[in-house]
Ligand binder design. Structure first.
Ligand SMILES: NC(=O)c1ccc[n+]([C@@H]2O[C@H](COP(=O)([O-])OP(=O)(O)OC[C@H]3O[C@@H](n4cnc5c(N)ncnc54)[C@H](OP(=O)(O)O)[C@@H]3O)[C@@H](O)[C@H]2O)c1
Length: 307
């Protein structure tokens, strides 16, 4: 029987378990995918802890996981676009990709270019579409100076690169251990913590056009109150209270969750124009260790589960 991650109640990492489940069957318009790689995301930890109960309640037993890449095992009725054996990537909205087998809506899958590694493909959807939405939301382009908080994380590492591709000068806020990576990807690294505003002013000649906040904890206020950025050029993907208070944008995955965006992103990866940094790959059985590492909040790029 196929294995899948499950939890039966809200709680800490130790509620996660890997169990044997019934083999899922694809219905009309659906495809059964044998998962090769599936990214993990901080939002899944928040859901598991019950912190999103008001917004996105869980029903138990719950699976988890949106991102996936794998090989088509079976197609359901009314599916013409895919056949068994096809290599695909995409996403599920059913909290189900952390598993050996997952049923996915055919219109949430795209072909995987052969040159794109499984881990990168399987980690692309949530972080990639979020980064895409954020860069678009602030209108980052040539001549702009854009500050990105959490610049080396799952979303931040892609945001930095997409903003650079759009022609912007990028200031990446990150810990020292990520500064070399940021330099290699065309960004100007700045350490966060005490004095960060002064350090940003120094490297930007006191002119910042836009800020993308992937971390929370005061970066929106910093953008508006201290750096003088206009609210319509600030996007946060996590600080909803600040978005409301300051009237800034809060565009994330939902604003760019479609196959056209995913196709564009995987094309960039295939052409070597966008790197999906893979911090670590864990076997599915080690799902708890994978989230332990993620929840330290110092991941560079993505953590991926491999069934
Ligand atoms: N709205 C949406 O659609 C959406 C979608 C995806 C994610 N999110 C949310 O966005 C956030 C980021 O997700 P992610 O996957 O990128 O997380 P992640 O991969 O865990 O990234 C965490 C990053 O935060 C940085 N960091 C730690 N302390 C910091 C500080 N004090 N100031 C600035 N940066 C700091 C770390 O940098 P160093 O290692 O350099 O210290 C690390 O690179 C999460 O809260 C997630 O839930 C929202």
């Amino acid at each position: 029987m196929p294995r899948a991650v499950r939890f039966d109640e809200y709680g800490d990492i130790d509620v996660l378990k890997v169990v044997e489940v019934e083999r899922p069957a694809p219905g009309p318009g659906q495809v059964l995918v044998g998962v090769k790689a599936a990214g993990i995301n901080p939002g899944e930890a928040s859901i598991r802890k019950g912190l999103m109960h008001e917004r996105w309640p869980a029903t138990f037993p719950s699976g988890e996981g949106s991102d996936l890449a794998g090989v088509v095992e079976e197609v359901g009725p009314e599916v013409d676009a895919f056949s068994p054996g096809d290599e695909v990537l995409g996403w599920t909205d059913q909290r189900a990709s952390h598993a050996e087998l997952v049923v996915v809506a055919a219109d949430q899958l795209i072909p995987k270019p052969p040159g794109v590694p499984w881990e990168a493909a399987g980690a692309l959807f949530v972080a990639g579409t979020t980064a895409y939405a954020a860069v678009r939301a602030v209108g980052a382009g040539s001549g702009d100076t854009v500050v990105v908080s959490g610049a080396a994380g799952g979303v931040g590492s892609l945001t930095v690169q997409l903003a650079r591709l759009a022609g912007a000068t990028v200031i990446g806020l990150a810990g020292e251990s990520n500064h070399q990576w940021l330099l290699e990807h065309g960004a100007i690294p700045v350490a966060y913590g005490d004095g960060v505003v002064g350090r940003i002013r120094e490297v930007t000649d006191d002119h910042v056009d836009a800020l993308i906040d992937t971390f929370g904890g005061g970066y929106v206020a910093m953008a508006i109150d201290e750096l003088g950025v206009s609210p319509e050029r600030v996007d946060t993907i996590i600080d909803w209270a600040a978005a409301e208070q300051y009237g800034v944008k809060a565009e994330g995955t939902a604003a760019a969750a479609d196959t056209e965006v995913l196709t564009e992103l995987v094309g960039l990866v295939d052409r070597g124009e966008l790197e999906v940094p893979i911090a670590r790959v864990y076997p599915l059985e080690e799902v708890r260790d994978a989230y332990r590492e993620l929840e330290r909040r110092h991941t560079r790029g993505k953590i991926v589960l491999v069934p």
